[in-house]
Ligand binder design. Structure first.
Ligand code: AMP
Ligand code: MN
Ligand code: MN
Ligand code: MN
Length: 304
């Protein structure tokens, strides 16, 4: 039996809507054998996910998705197999959460000026963890009828040059990769096709990432089209990077995404799990879906 890997997912500890335990149970139900919980800038969900994973017989990989600013673009770097007790990692994540807190207040102020009052408190009501994300504001704004759905609310309020968008600096790339490596993990460029970088800029990003000690490209993502996957597989090969795969699941509301469901990893790729000491097998998962339909659903001009 092939082992099914999903190495990118979110829980209520960040901007997902399932608790860590519910997420693990759903993953198991969907046939996932190895799941990475990779909440944004926080590892609070890992303990609960681990307990649930033991109960349902699934292997849980401790991860996080770290927000990075690189040449004016927000990039997400996933860390896999983290020692979540590592002080340097936790100090880095704490800095990002402090920025998030200020940013959330600023988003609230900017929306207030546009006549939308109570957005900060409203977003908090959708948030059960310690990070406030644009997703929580989006849910509040949709609930209040300011936009029809999650895609529209981002386009209308929460992306570049929109009233609820606050520019700012996340972690430098070298710092994020450094924290991950110091905590014994592997650094992954998350959903590389979603930043819409030119080929020149993507090469520059990958070269800098490799120079900092980054090892993995998320070739397969729930938000990548089949063409994106082929393109990213070529970059992985060219730069000698390992390949990761993850759904980037946030909850059942995103009906076009499912845990464990993503395009097939191309045969030219070397999966990241082949380097894991306790990997049981290197077989690639069977699949499942082509990733089509996501392009229409996701506002791809937006960095996420
Ligand atoms: P933040 O890290 O707080 O800036 O929020 C980024 C999160 O917003 C991403 O992780 C996605 O979950 C979500 N997001 C960004 N753009 C979109 C979009 N166009 N539609 C739906 N969700 C989005
Ligand atoms: Mn998210
Ligand atoms: Mn994610
Ligand atoms: Mn992301």
């Amino acid at each position: 039996m092939p082992i099914h890997y999903d190495l990118h997912s979110h829980s209520t500890a960040s901007d997902g809507t399932l608790t860590p335990a519910q997420l693990v149970q759903r993953a198991r139900h969907q046939g996932v054998d190895v799941l990475a919980l990779t909440d944004h800038d926080v590892t609070d969900g890992i303990a609960e996910a681990r307990t649930a994973a033991t109960e349902v017989g699934l292997q849980l990989i401790a991860g996080a998705e770290i927000s990075v600013s690189w040449n004016g673009v927000t990039i997400h770097i996933v860390g896999l197999n983290l020692d979540i007790e590592h002080k340097g990692l936790q100090a880095g994540l704490a800095q990002l959460r402090a920025f998030r807190e200020w940013r959330a207040e600023e988003i609230g102020r900017r929306l207030e000026k546009k006549g939308i009052s109570g957005a900060l408190e409203g977003a908090r009501a959708f948030c059960s963890g310690q990070i406030l994300s644009r997703t929580h504001f989006a849910r509040f704004l949709v609930a209040q009828g300011h936009a029809r759905d999650m895609r529209k609310v981002f386009v209308k309020f929460l992306t570049h040059n929109r009233p609820g968008y606050v520019p700012g600096e996340w972690a430098p790339l070298a710092d994020a990769v450094g924290w991950i490596r110091a905590a014994g993990g592997q650094a992954v460029i998350a959903h590389p096709a979603r930043y819409r970088l030119s080929a020149t800029r993507l090469r520059a990003l990958i070269e800098e990432f490799v120079a900092c000690g980054g090892e993995v490209l998320e070739v397969v993502s729930g938000s990548h089209s089949a063409g994106d996957v082929r393109g990213m597989a070529q970059y992985a090969e060219r730069y000698g990077l390992l390949a990761s795969q993850g759904s980037d699941y946030h909850g059942p509301e995103q009906s076009w995404l499912e845990l464990g469901r993503m395009p097939v990893m191309p045969a030219s790729c070397t999966p990241v799990w082949t380097r894991w000491a306790d990997a049981v097998t290197v077989e690639k998962p069977e699949v499942v879906s082509s990733g089509q339909g996501i392009d229409e659903q996701y506002e791809r001009s937006v960095e996420t």
